[in-house]
Every structure is written in C-alpha cells, then in structure tokens.
Design a protein. Structure first.
Length: 276
C-alpha cells in the first residue's frame, strides 16, 4: 500500500484521497443515495478539475459511499422548495446556468486527459448515470442497476445523457432506456455495453482501484494520446484520424517512457514509467 494524501474538498459530502497515483473521489451522501446537492456538486466539479490537472494523479476513480453510486438530481428540490434565486432568474439565465454547470461537470470529466473509472456499488440514475458514462470505464457491482430516470419526473434529460448513452449503447437502446426509464440490472448493462465489467459486490472497490492503479502506473503521455485518438474516432473520418494517430505516435517515440518500455521488454521486466 502506497502513501495516501487526503484532499480537502470543502464538504463532508465529497471525499477525495490520492493513493498510488489514483485520485479516489467518493460521493458521500449515503443517506440520500449520493444524490447531487448544492454542496456535493460544486465540490465534485472542483475535484474533477483539480485532479485532472494534478501531475501526481495518473487516473481518477469516482465512486459512491454506501450502496449507491449516485441517484442523480435532488428531486425534492425540484418542487416547492426551490431556492429563491433560481425562481427569480429569467428563462435565458436558467438555461445559461444549467449549460455552465453541465460544462463544468460531465463536460470537464470527459475532457480529463487521464483514464477515468466509475465504480458503481449500486444505482446510477439520471445525472448520476451521465457522470458514470462520462468516465472512460465503468465497473459495476452485481447488485447495481442504472436508470435514465428523467421520465419519472417529467423531464427530458441533462448533463449530456442522450449523447453519452447513444454513443455507448446505440440509438435504438438509448431511446428505449430514455423513453421507459426502466431499471437496467448490472448483467444487462454489461451485455449492452453500458458497463465494461460486473464484479461481486464485495470486491468492487478493490478491483476498480487495481485497474485505476494499473493505469496510473502506465505511460501517461501515451494514455493521454490514446484518449485523444479514441475521442477523435467518433468525430473524424478514417483518413484524418489515422493522420493524427501517426503524429502522436511519432511524438511518443522520442519519450523516455517509450525507451524504458522497449528496454523493459528486452530485459523481460516490468517497466517503470516516469510520465515523460
């Protein structure tokens, strides 16, 4: 076990520790199934940005305390108890406010140039599902499930959920999951490509951390460029994507990490990467 650095998130509703190069970010409102709140959400946005930029962090692992990942938005706060400032905002200001909050949460998470993993101990619903899908890899406990959830509260979706869902499971299944709001059990999530793997509940955190640690120990610039290549695969034609891949690989051939990897291969040992 390596050293652990506890990061002050500014609220007990979000925990963050850096261990073995992995930033473990834990949504910590188990009594509310880790639903987003006015304390938790800004802290989460801040930690995504901070850990994404921290040179000591090689991978981000986002999970939830207790038996849930994240139940999404605060449904009770959608009713009569809405804060007065929002009620007095114009329609345009409300739209701009949500757009900015989305940009700094799922937008920022998808933009992190390090591997990101969501570990789901239980349900990921609504915006909580969007957060999980904005990560590179999702690992679910056997008892976990997901739901788009918006139908049940008469809303259409936010935080990029339709875009993320369509890219992960295809348009037909994305429509089914949005229009029905059905609970999708972990095994089906794996079958349709919504999660990468399902593991026993009791080993979820250990397995997710081991994977994140293996990423953090990897050649960090190569992983960054892989993310760029993979993102561009959804945006560009084959020729353009190939040309960009060639440029990135050529850059990497001059790095110390590449030389170390080749030397380790020749010497039949595990490489020790320095991130350059």
């Amino acid at each position: 076990m390596g050293t652990e650095t506890i990061i002050d998130t500014g609220t007990d509703e979000l925990l963050c520790a850096i261990r073995d190069g992995v930033a473990v970010i834990t949504l910590n409102r188990p009594e509310a199934r880790n639903a987003l709140s006015d304390n938790l959400t800004p802290a989460l946005r801040n930690m995504i940005r901070t850990c994404g930029e921290d040179p000591n962090v090689g991978a981000l692992l986002i999970t939830g305390a207790g038996e849930a990942f994240c139940a999404g938005g605060n449904v009770k706060g959608m009713g009569a108890h809405r804060d007065k400032r929002k009620l007095e905002m114009s329609f345009e200001d409300k739209v701009a406010d949500l757009q900015e909050r989305q940009r700094l949460l799922t937008g920022a998470l998808a933009s992190v140039r390090k591997p990101t993993i969501a570990a789901l101990p239980g349900p990921a619903v609504g915006a909580g599902l969007a957060i999980a899908m904005a990560c590179d890899i999702r690992i679910a406990a056997q008892s976990a499930f997901v739901s788009t959830g918006y139908l049940r509260v008469g809303l259409s979706g936010d935080y990029g959920i339709a875009w993320l869902l369509t890219r992960l499971v295809g348009t037909a299944r994305a429509r089914e999951l949005m229009f029905t709001g059905d609970k999708v059990e972990a095994a089906r999530c794996e079958a349709i490509g919504l999660v990468n793997r399902v593991v026993p509940d009791e080993t979820l955190q250990a397995e997710a951390f081991a994977l994140a640690k293996s990423f953090a120990e990897g050649p960090r610039l190569a992983l960054r460029y892989m993310k760029d290549n993979l993102d561009e695969a959804l945006l560009f034609d084959f020729a353009t994507a190939r040309d960009h891949e060639a440029e990135r690989l050529t850059r990497l051939t001059t790095t110390a990490d590449h030389r170390e990897a080749v030397q380790a291969f020749i010497e039949k040992r595990k490489p020790v990467f320095k991130g350059n």
